[in-house]
Design a binder for this molecule. Structure first.
Ligand SMILES: Nc1ncnc2c1ncn2[C@@H]1O[C@H](COP(=O)(O)OP(=O)(O)OP(=O)(O)O)[C@@H](O)[C@H]1O
Ligand SMILES: [Mg+2]
Length: 266
C-alpha cells in the first residue's frame, strides 16, 4: 500500500484561500505524478465543487455521512491523478449529515492515493477542529494581515493541543506592500516554517469564475507557478518559485510588534 499523507488545510479566518490551496495543491501534486484526492469537509458551507466545476453530482459527502451512500460513489475524477469528494450545498443535506462518521470516511479515502487533502471550514468550532484531529498533519493558511495571522495562530495552538503536527504555513494573497506583514516575520510569529508563498494573483479569481483550478486555467500564472513549486517541495524536490520581493526583509513593523504582544505566552 502507498504510504498516505492526510493533510488538513486550516485557518482561523474565513476567505483566506483554504479551498483554493487544497484544490490547486492537489492538481499540482497530480501534475507531478502523485495521486491526490481532496475531501471537502466544510460540511455547512461546502465549495470545493465550485472550484472544480462539478455541478449537481448525485452523491456527495452529505449522503455518505447520512449513511445513504458508499464513499466510493462520492469520488469524482477531475483530471488524471486528481479526484475530489465534494460536499453537498443544501441545508437539508447538512442537517442529515453526521460528522462523527468523518473519521471512518477518511480511512476509506486514504486507500490508493499518495495524498488526501482535507479542506476544512474556518473558525474554531467542532466542525473545523474535527479535520485537524483526524489528519496526520495540518497545513496552516494565512494572509499577510494582522487579523488573519492572529486567527491562524489560534488554529496552530489548537493543533498543538490536540497533538496533530503542523506541516507548515502557506502565506496566500502575498504582496510586497507597506501594509502587509513580511513573510519572514509571519513565520517567526506563527513559530512554524513557511512552506509556500502564493502571490495575490487576479488569475485566481478569474479561474474561479470559470469554475476551474487556476493551474488548469492558466498554467503560467504566478499563482500556478507557486503551486507547482509547493508541490515539488512536498514530494521532496527543490522548489523553483521564489519571488525575492515577497521575502525581502523589512524593518519590524508596528503590526508585527502588536501581533507578538497579543500572542505572547504567559
Ligand atoms: N492567491 C490569490 N490571489 C487572488 N485571489 C485569491 C487567491 N487565493 C484565493 N483567492 C480568492 O479569495 C477568495 C476566497 O478563497 P477561498 O474560497 O479559497 O477561501 P477559503 O479560505 O476556502 O474560504 P472559506 O473560509 O469561506 O472556506 C476567492 O474568491 C478566491 O478566488
Ligand atoms: Mg473554503
Amino acid at each position: 500500500m502507498v504510504v498516505s499523507k492526510v493533510i488538513a488545510v486550516a485557518s482561523g479566518k474565513g476567505g483566506v484561500g483554504k479551498t483554493t490551496i487544497a484544490v490547486n495543491l492537489g492538481v499540482a501534486l497530480a501534475l507531478h505524478g502523485k495521486k491526490a484526492r481532496v475531501l471537502d469537509a466544510d460540511i455547512a458551507m461546502a465549495n470545493v465543487s465550485l472550484h472544480v466545476g462539478l455541478d449537481d453530482v448525485p452523491v456527495t459527502l452529505h449522503e455518505v455521512l447520512a449513511g445513504d451512500a458508499d464513499v466510493g460513489d462520492a469520488i469524482y475524477r477531475v483530471v488524471r491523478n486528481f479526484e475530489v469528494v465534494p460536499c453537498g450545498v443544501t441545508l437539508s443535506g447538512f442537517q442529515k449529515a453526521t460528522p462523527d462518521r468523518l473519521r471512518d470516511v477518511v480511512i476509506d479515502l486514504i486507500e490508493g492515493v499518495d495524498y488526501l487533502i482535507i479542506d476544512s471550514p474556518p473558525g474554531l468550532n467542532r466542525d473545523s477542529i474535527l479535520p485537524i484531529a483526524i489528519a496526520e498533519e495540518v497545513l496552516l493558511v494565512a494572509n499577510p494581515d494582522i487579523a488573519s495571522i492572529i486567527d491562524t495562530a489560534k488554529t496552530k495552538a489548537i493543533a498543538d493541543l490536540i497533538g496533530t503536527s503542523v506541516y507548515g504555513a502557506v502565506i496566500n494573497k502575498a504582496t510586497f506592500s507597506e501594509k502587509s506583514v513580511a513573510v519572514t516575520e509571519i513565520g517567526k510569529t506563527l513559530e512554524t516554517e513557511i512552506v509556500a508563498v502564493i502571490p495575490e494573483d487576479p488569475e485566481v479569481r478569474r479561474a474561479l469564475m470559470a469554475r476551474r483550478p487556476v493551474l488548469l486555467y492558466n498554467r503560467k500564472a504566478p499563482a500556478s507557478r507557486a503551486f507547482m513549486s509547493f508541490a515539488k517541495r512536498m514530494i521532496g524536490e527543490t522548489p523553483t518559485y521564489y519571488d525575492e520581493d515577497l521575502f525581502r526583509e523589512k524593518e519590524e513593523s508596528i503590526l508585527s510588534r502588536f501581533i507578538k504582544a497579543i500572542l505572547r505566552k504567559k
